[in-house]
Design a protein around this ligand. Structure first.
Ligand code: GLU
Length: 319
């Protein structure tokens, strides 16, 4: 008797469950940026907002702050994120097994499109007297946290200028929001940062203290730029930041949106298509994005294209 009741109850519940209309579950998509004060975090947030506004019935995009380029590339490989932002030089190194990835290339890394250019910068507080890269000897300088892209750029600059990070100055490994604060609080004298312009990450400390930006243009830098396809020499125009009244010569990389071969082709197709269909919205969302254009966004991609991106670019006749 009791057994029969249980059976009827179970049958009833099952029947109700099976006949109830199923709410379509949204797919969570995680997009890795970098420091909260940087431009990468804005890439992650702005693309997430475009996706949620246009395809919110299918996806739930979440932009996350992270340690930066190196962290993002490694997290994509582990499957912890679906998309991330990374410097073009770091993509090349990861895919080809150089620098941090020596002997351990990440062959599953995939490119989607390029974003804004980023300049390698050394920013000092003016009262430290730092006017050239060599002047950091004996000072306290942030070279970037280990997951960041800029740490590798800082190490290249130090090597080319013959400065030993273990003996010639006190190197700090802070995330950028900590470094900007530490510069203002006089806990560090200068920081390296590789970032798009103009950025709040430099504007903010520049409004609190007088800063000086240092040229990074030694012959050795120019030789490296000649050799590597992902570097170009550039200038940061005078007046970009408060107190920097001359053009600063340095070199630049490109911020790139990347993914992993594991990420579903349709997910990547939907993202790439929606971004290009809403390029005006993306351009207007941050000062560093205002010059984005299709032609340049398809250049400088050092890992192979993800098939989802390739499908859209072919449909558009862009390749
Ligand atoms: N280029 C930096 C990195 O790769 C991040 C810059 C930013 O947050 O905009 O870690």
């Amino acid at each position: 008797m009791f057994g029969k009741r249980i059976f009827m109850f179970v049958a009833l519940v099952l029947g109700l469950t099976l006949s109830a209309p199923q709410a379509q579950a949204k797919q969570d998509i995680l997009f890795g940026g970098a420091s909260i004060v940087g431009v990468y975090y804005q890439v992650a947030l702005q693309i997430s907002s475009i996706m949620n506004n246009n395809m919110g019935d299918k996806y739930n995009y979440i932009g996350r702050p992270t340690g930066g380029s190196v962290f993002n590339i490694n997290a994509l490989e582990r499957g912890a994120f679906d998309f991330g932002v990374a410097q073009s030089d770091r993509n090349w190194q990861a895919y080809n097994g150089a620098a941090e990835w020596e002997g351990r290339p990440i062959k599953s890394l995939r490119s989607l499109f390029s974003m804004h250019p980023e300049t390698v910068m050394l920013v000092a507080r003016k009262d430290t007297g730092i006017e050239n890269v060599e002047d950091i000897k004996g000072k306290r300088v942030n070279i970037g946290n280990p997951g960041s892209g800029q740490r590798g750029n800082a190490m290249d600059v130090l090597r080319i200028y013959g400065i030993d990070p273990n003996n010639d100055f006190r190197a700090e490994g802070l995330q950028h929001h900590e470094a900007a604060r530490a510069l203002v609080d006089r806990n560090i004298d200068a920081f390296f940062y590789t970032i798009g312009n103009p950025s709040a990450a430099i504007e903010e400390p520049a409004t609190s203290v007088d800063i000086r930006m240092v040229h990074i243009n030694a012959p050795g830098i120019k030789e490296m730029v000649e050799e590597k396809p992902y570097y170009i020499m550039t200038t940061i125009p005078a007046g970009t930041y408060r107190g920097v009244d001359e053009d600063i010569e340095t070199y630049a990389v490109t911020a790139t949106v990347v993914s992993d071969e594991k990420v579903d082709e349709q997910v990547v197709y939907d993202m790439v298509k929606t971004v290009f269909e809403n390029l005006d919205t993306l351009r207007a969302s941050h000062a560093s994005f205002r010059n984005l254009n299709v032609e340049e966004m398809l250049q400088g991609l050092s890992a192979p294209l993800h098939p989802g991106a390739e499908r859209y670019y072919k449909e558009q006749g862009w390749m």
